[in-house]
Design a protein around this ligand. Structure first.
Ligand code: SF4
Length: 404
């Protein structure tokens, strides 16, 4: 994979697709490596949520608001929060949930309040009350249960995210295949590569004070000596699906050629994928949406995603990936004419590669971070909120021995 083959997403700190609201730190399950502190009584009041939203709107133009946590569904005023985001701030509310507290009546209430979609965090690192640990593949049944619940309600975007560890990465190609089988109701899959502290290479400091990384939730280097990268995961997926291809990426603040966010979009039906969109498609969608709506696009409306044939037809003139997809589909229709009537769907994948460090210890963050949150009235990276909460400052790394 080389960055110049893909569209460099235009997102910046103050003009982006998303922001990350944390209305609570409380959670109802346990996930390995979660940075959240699961504090009892940590629910923000509606006024505190409004203050956070004011900070976002003053400093950042976005399309959608991720409502995360903690587990947002345990917040007693979650429906009001959704309503506030949609109707007072004019943003698309998307709930990031483990799904454990989701019920059909609650989903209906959330939709009526203006919910745009859900991202269910389901993976093998979780301990769900009363349930045994399951592999990612065994958890596909639970994913499908959530996807069907959302599809039955209708008009909502449905995504899944999973943390990927070196010892679970082999399950990813099968998860990609599972997503294809349910391309009509699963709109997006997000793979988040697990983050580890690099204590064999660096000493960590809070200001001038050395800190032990045991106070933070990440595994240490000993347990995860070689962190996963997105290109490595792509190579594995391509062993099973050779055509699997990215269209766009977000580079790093220190290394612009690193793949911090990588986006894939494909068009197909449950039995067959016809093509992967190319960089030009992503560029036209992002810049076109910005020109028309004044903001970059996150989470397309699900109704649009079910017009795969029209998308292939419209964009094949300008996008190589779509042209190939159209050719594949026409070939399939020539062989089996009934296929012309089958609905085609779009489905996206995002791969997120967490913070890493240059040899000098400088952090390489996502350049144009979509997941900025608010802490003490300021925008901060949500992946480093725990450092601010526990140490009052961001930690910095110094190569081993360099401080002596
Ligand atoms: S910088 Fe951190 S919070 Fe922002 S998108 Fe990257 S991993 Fe997420």
């Amino acid at each position: 994979m080389h960055p110049t083959d893909y569209y460099r997403l235009p997102w910046t700190l103050n003009d982006n697709v998303l922001s990350w609201l944390e209305p609570t730190k409380k959670c109802n399950i346990y996930c390995d490596g979660c940075y959240s502190t699961n504090e009892a009584n940590s629910h923000k009041t509606l006024d505190q949520v409004r203050c956070d939203l004011d900070v976002f709107t003053r400093q950042r133009r976005v399309d959608s608001m991720s409502i995360a946590g903690g587990e947002p569904l345990v917040h007693p005023e979650i429906v009001e929060i959704v309503r506030m985001i949609r109707h007072e701030y004019g943003l698309k509310p998307v709930i990031n949930t483990n799904g454990h507290a989701m019920t059909r009546p609650l989903l209906r209430e959330l939709k009526a309040a203006g919910l745009h979609g859900l991202t269910f965090h389901v993976d093998s690192s979780q301990r769900r009350p009363g349930q045994p640990r399951r592999t990612n593949l065994e958890l596909n049944d639970l994913r499908l249960e959530f996807a069907r619940m959302v599809a039955d309600e209708g008009g909502l975007s449905c995504s899944f995210n999973s943390t990927v560890f070196r010892d679970t990465m082999h399950e990813v190609p099968e998860m990609v295949r599972w997503a294809q089988k349910h391309i009509d109701i699963v709109h997006s899959m997000v793979f988040i590569l697990f983050r580890t502290a690099r204590t064999q290479e660096f000493d960590y400091y809070a200001g001038g004070t050395p800190v032990g990384m045991d106070a933070l939730p990440y595994w240490d280097q000993e347990k995860n000596p070689t962190p996963l990268t997105t290109p490595e995961l792509f190579s594995l997926i391509r062993e099973h699906e050779p055509d699997f291809e990215a269209a766009a990426y977000l580079g790093g603040t220190k290394d612009p050629n690193s793949f911090k966010w990588t986006l894939v979009a494909r068009v197909g039906e449950p039995e067959h994928v016809y093509g992967y969109v190319g960089p030009r498609f992503m560029e036209l969608v992002q810049t076109g949406h910005h020109a028309l709506a004044g903001r970059y696009l996150a989470y397309s409306h699900p109704d649009l995603l079910h017009h795969g044939r029209a998308t292939l037809g419209l964009f094949s003139a300008v996008d190589k990936g779509m042209r190939k997809g159209l050719g594949n589909w026409l070939g399939a229709v020539a062989r089996h004419p009934a296929r012309a009537l089958t609905k085609l769907h779009m489905q996206t994948f995002a791969f997120i590669q967490p913070i890493d460090h240059g040899a000098d210890g400088e952090a390489n963050m996502c350049d144009g971070c979509p997941d900025m949150t608010v802490h003490d009235g300021k925008l901060v990276w949500s992946c480093r909120l725990d450092e601010l909460k526990r140490h009052g400052t961001l930690l910095h790394c110094v190569p081993k021995g360099a401080a002596a």
